[in-house]
Design a binder for this molecule. Sequence first.
Ligand SMILES: Nc1nc2c(c(=O)[nH]1)N[C@H]1C(S)=C(S)[C@@H](COP(=O)(O)OP(=O)(O)OC[C@H]3O[C@@H](n4cnc5c(=O)[nH]c(N)nc54)[C@H](O)[C@@H]3O)O[C@H]1N2
Ligand SMILES: Nc1nc2c(c(=O)[nH]1)N[C@H]1C(S)=C(S)[C@@H](COP(=O)(O)OP(=O)(O)OC[C@H]3O[C@@H](n4cnc5c(=O)[nH]c(N)nc54)[C@H](O)[C@@H]3O)O[C@H]1N2
Ligand code: SF4
Ligand SMILES: [Mo]
Length: 707
Amino acid sequence: MSADPPFVAAGAASADTARTVIGACPHDCPDTCSFVTTVHDGRAVRLQGNPDHAQTGGVLCTKVSRYLERVYHPDRLRQPLRCVGPKGAGCFEPVTWDEALDDIAARLRAIAARDPQAILPYSYAGTMGLVQGEAMAARFFHRLGASLLDRTICASAGAAGLAYTLGGKVGMRVEHFAESKLILIWGSNSIGSNLHFWRYAQQAKRAGARLVCIDPRRTETAEKCHAHLALLPGTDAALAYALMHECIVHGWVDDDYVQRHTLGREALRERALQWPPARAAAVCGLPVEQITALARDIGACVERRDPVAIRLNYGMQRVRGGANAVRAVACLPTVIGAWRHRAGGLLLSSSGWYPVQRDVLYRPDLLQRSPCPQPRVINMSTIGDALLRPASPDFGPAIEALIVYNSNPVAVAPESRRVVQGFAREDLFTVVLEQFQTDTADYADYVLPATTQLEHWDIHLSYGHTDVLLNRPAIAPLAQARPNTWVFRELARRMGFDEPCFADDDLTLCRQAFGDAVDFETLLREGHAPLAVPDAPFANGGFPTPSGKFEFASPRLAAQGLDPLPAVLPNHEPPGADPRHPLAMISPPARNFLNSTFVNVTSLRDAEGEPVLEMHPDDAAPRGIADGDWVEVFNDRGRHRTRARLNGRARPGVVVGLGIWWRKFGADGTNVNELTSQALTDLGGGPTFYDCAVEVLRVAAVTPARG
Ligand SMILES: Nc1nc2c(c(=O)[nH]1)N[C@H]1C(S)=C(S)[C@@H](COP(=O)(O)OP(=O)(O)OC[C@H]3O[C@@H](n4cnc5c(=O)[nH]c(N)nc54)[C@H](O)[C@@H]3O)O[C@H]1N2
Ligand SMILES: Nc1nc2c(c(=O)[nH]1)N[C@H]1C(S)=C(S)[C@@H](COP(=O)(O)OP(=O)(O)OC[C@H]3O[C@@H](n4cnc5c(=O)[nH]c(N)nc54)[C@H](O)[C@@H]3O)O[C@H]1N2
Ligand code: SF4
Ligand SMILES: [Mo]
């Protein structure tokens, strides 16, 4: 066993009386809750929402209320494991940390001696913590000169959409939605995935606000709104333009605001006038009255000077035209001058408000000390293809080693057949840092046991509010589990990287994350501290674009020879266009899971039951499918067996496969990503999970493989 680092707070594991420790929820969720763990005799016995953190309001979601079940799960990985059989067969033997780390370092050294770019990190937001996320890992891979990973799997299309309009991941402060009079919940199942925003929406509703949901699926959120527009996936830009069309022709625009604070208003006007509601209705698969009624709701607010707010979320940017759709939607509040009011405007992500000291934390300068100062960049959304590509002058070396942490790509990446084929390569050296034996860990050469949030330090930004949160460890690491930072520190030492930054401990990394921009003493005392974000940040313009204006038309895109205005782009696989695969499949998250996290927590899995495909009776009946029947969903990429559910949530032409189940819990060892494609979005290189044509057939009963 290697030397133990000081990753546990002084006294954290030793007190013998009950005490409480303030932490932060690590999961990839806009709410970033503060929680309080009660520890008794070194064991966490209770975990609750922090009542002193306004954004949390003392309330956690169902998933994280069950966090202790996950922390003390009998299946937690407790020691390093080495693969001793064929890839993916799940044959592992325990090894010591020293054996594992020595061998991993030796393997990486040998590959790096040929070309460090043959080594690829693969990580996402299993924890959103800045310290257990990329801090020590980024330093390690920069110093090594490994391939860089473009972390696109979730939000990069939306990020590009925001960058080319309002200038970045900034927007309204979420608490001000409580004062809005009309809230469009657009591409978001807030009750399932943004619960603490929903609390503000409820406050607004009680104060007389109207809530409108724009989502192909009749979600639990859609059910509770005053109106629901169940448009076809990938048609949001057409809807946004039709709403702007109505605003323009009826004079529901704020000319003064538009003149002062925007670029390209004439061009936008012309484009919007090409989208009368009837045209959009045909594209979106909506009754035209729903569009004109929503436009009238907006117009009534404009006339009364009531604030209109949009809670846009990432669900609508997982299609070919995702970035342009975000751009089009973002134009709407600007056209009506909604930003003048603190309860008006739009929020997709607030993460751009945070002054993260990236250069200090991630040390990109270390690339200069590596043998490869300008490594290639690999898009994580096409990991299947990347792992299967041979060396070529275009691509560079084949990927020989993959270090996975904070992610479960075998379950979550698109086009599983290719992903699995890549991970199954016997000549690929794969190391997986994990808390559990996930689908990805099954393909590892080494599985390294990772700590959970209760066992390590971290510091957090949020993409749904504007506070910084500090996570203190509440308990000692379980068995031999170790924080990600510790693993990369130990590997750095074995690789001979002697820069002082590799000696920084986790608390030092926490302090470095925001430097002087937040008061660390407040964080240590209270666990959270607010950023200074103005109440109505764009009431007087001042957008963080190069022009300082809201860019209806983007000079940056024009300079690249692209359409400067938001474009209405059809899906790669438009609903109904392919007679062999006439149904559009979307696969948004199941409420009791967080991506593929929690799927192995029994109480939460029981709440979800089993993988299902929601269908509309109009699509089920002609295929002879009844509620509860086994079906096969398929296209040219793959097939997946699941049960049909006719529960009134799917609209005609669209089927919904709730995600993201572990493959090994699927009836035939697959999940929805068997069907999804590696095609990318218009801007940002994002995945197109919800742009997926399929056909569905009834099949005989399937005997589940497991679970
Ligand atoms: N319970 C739970 N909470 C989560 C997650 C989870 O897995 N489970 N995941 C977390 C993560 S990583 C993220 S990124 C966010 C995801 O949460 P959101 O950003 O809200 O995105 P999604 O859940 O992908 O999709 C939201 C809604 O968009 C709808 N949708 C699908 N296609 C379209 C379309 O073309 N147009 C429109 N208008 N709507 C569409 C879906 O039906 C879904 O109800 O939530 C986070 N919170
Ligand atoms: N079909 C379909 N596919 C999707 C989506 C969809 O809507 N539909 N959503 C996409 C989206 S939005 C996202 S964000 C991605 C999410 O994909 P991922 O980022 O891979 O998220 P998870 O599936 O939650 O897997 C995170 C893993 O990190 C591990 N982990 C957590 N904390 C730590 C830690 O401190 N250390 C280590 N070493 N490991 C840790 C967890 O145990 C878990 O297995 O999936 C994408 N895939
Ligand atoms: S998953 Fe989201 S809602 Fe649930 S506790 Fe974590 S931050 Fe809060
Ligand atoms: Mo995500």
